[in-house]
Design a protein around this ligand. Sequence first.
Ligand SMILES: [Zn+2]
Length: 493
Amino acid sequence: MSRKRMVVALVALVALVALTSLTASAQDASTVISNASKAMGVDNLNSVMFYGSGANFGLGQNNNANGPWPRTNLNDYTRAIDFTQPASRATWVTYAAPVTGGPAVQANGQQNIAAANNAWAQHLEIWITPWGFLKGASANNATAKSQTVAGKRYSIVTWNTPQKAPSGESYRVVGYINPQNLVDKVETWLENPIFGDMLVEGIYTDYRDNNGFKFPGTIVQKRGGWPTFEAQLLGANPNPRNIQQLVTPPAAGQRGGAAAAGGGPAAPTGAQSEKLADGVYRITGGYVALAVEFSDHIVIFEGGPQNEARSQAIMAEAKRVIPNKPIRYSILSHHHFDHSSGLPAVVAEGVTIITHENNKAFLEKALNAPRTLAPDAMSKSGKKPKIETVAEKRVLQDASRTLEIHHIVGLPHADGMLIAYLPKERIVAFADMFNFPAANEPVPNPPVVGTQVFVDNFERLKLDFNTLVSVHPPNPDRPMTRGDVLKSLGRGN
Ligand SMILES: [Zn+2]
């Protein structure tokens, strides 16, 4: 054999070996998937409808930054999934007291996932179900390996989505198939402004059988380590005849209740400002911020709300109205994600975050987590978060200005809530304790707890103010005074 022929033969052999091992592993995965598919009754499954009771949990809305997301019970929960379109619709009924006060009310809720919007944030709800996972695995060149987890031998099947993350990568989907060939758990990762690459887990237990079709009696979905959804299923039907009707939302105008979290319209990003005093500006156009001028820098109250774009717009507006000074601090009212999702942009700007001490460990861990799915301003800048804390009170002061930061105690909404107080200008900036009733609306009865807590705190701290700046402006937007707060409790000055 000539040297050249030998090389060719060797290359062919290497290629053959590579091909053989690839086939072996793919075949292994296809056997695992086909066994699970048979055991669970997925082979001829095109759609499913299931029902029971459940709960939604507000991601990033917990009272304490280290605790579970707050729960809302869902009655009459039903969900249909058509894997062929794919599309899904869930409906439920809630019963809760509104945050603006008054008696509890019944409300309808729904979540609609259409084929047209196939972003992974929506469609993962279809593909991380036990049945959807197996269908996705058959269609997307899954790989399989065997592994013992907590003493149980699992076939772990992994596939990558046709959907691409903002980084250009596919999302990864990992399923744990138990020795009975049932899917116990499915994991994927989704971009999140606070958590970065956020783990999403679907956990399926208490399997039941409906004529060969297997469904979990209990479903738990976790995001960021805590449940965001759970359901106890009373039943599940494969291939319901009216699936098209079940997954189609009613025509506009007949829809009731709030849409489920996620997929809402983008927040407005334009920023305007209103001068409240020399060097003090209320920045509007979305969540409201307060920009305060010091001798050689700027301090912003709520500089990182909503998203990166809103946060950048707030900081740009602050620098426009207070030119030639850097932003040194951004004070975070509280850790809830709608108030903190712009913090990566704040970090990228080199601004130090001031937050209540209860939030520090959580924010440091979350903001330092990898951001491979959707690189943000922070990860692109290479900057690390700088976080300083307040326990009960901190004063930012120089020759030109005094700004006090106070902790609001006893608030059910969040235990690490801060307000900003300008004693000379008699201004208080705050978030999420109460909304002002519209003009001519009666005093809320029962009273709003957050209003009472705020009044208790400003009386305890002896804050003398007559201008209130709310991160959520009243509707219609108008100046708010100390008298307006007391009036909303049915009290005079
Ligand atoms: Zn909040």
